[in-house]
Design a protein around this ligand. Structure first.
Ligand code: 5GP
Ligand code: ZN
Length: 114
C-alpha cells in the first residue's frame, strides 16, 4: 500500500477537508495557496504524475475534469477564467509525487508561467 501524503488523505489517515469527492477523485484546498482559489484535484489511485498515466486510467481523468468544472462553477471562476496545472518531475516543480491538478483562479494569470 502506498504511503505518500496524498494517499494518506485519500485513506483518511491524515485529516483533510474535502471540498469534492467522487468515486475515483477527491479535491481539497492547497495548504500554500498561490491564488484566491487554489485547489488540488487528485485521483484516489496512486499515480506518480501525468507521465505515468495509462490507457486504463482514462475514466479517472474524465472524473478529474468533471471535478474541476464543478469546483470552478461553485467558486464563480467559469466566467472570468481559471488555470489548471500539473507538474511532472522536479524540474517542473513537482514536490508531491502523487498526480494532482492545481486549479487556480480569482486573479489575473501571467503567461508564460515561471
Ligand atoms: P507540486 O509542487 O507537486 O506541483 O504541488 C504540490 C502541492 O501540494 C503544493 O502546492 C503544496 O502546497 C501542496 N501540499 C503539500 N502538502 C500539503 C498538505 O499537507 N496539505 C495540503 N492541503 N496541500 C499540500
Ligand atoms: Zn499516493
Amino acid at each position: 500500500m502506498e504511503q505518500c501524503i496524498f494517499c494518506k488523505m485519500v485513506n483518511n489517515e491524515i485529516p483533510v477537508h474535502k471540498i469534492y469527492e467522487s468515486e475515483n477523485v477527491i479535491a481539497f484546498n492547497d495548504i500554500n495557496p498561490q491564488a484566491p482559489v487554489h485547489c488540488l484535484i487528485i485521483p484516489k489511485k496512486h499515480i506518480v504524475s501525468a507521465d505515468f498515466l495509462k490507457e486504463e486510467d482514462s475514466h479517472i481523468l474524465i472524473e478529474v475534469f468533471k471535478a474541476i468544472k464543478t469546483i470552478a462553477k461553485e467558486r464563480n471562476l467559469s466566467e472570468n477564467g481559471y488555470r489548471i496545472v500539473t507538474n511532472h518531475g522536479e524540474r517542473a516543480g513537482q514536490s508531491v509525487f502523487h498526480l494532482h491538478f492545481h486549479l487556480l483562479g480569482g486573479r489575473n494569470m501571467k503567461w508564460p508561467p515561471g
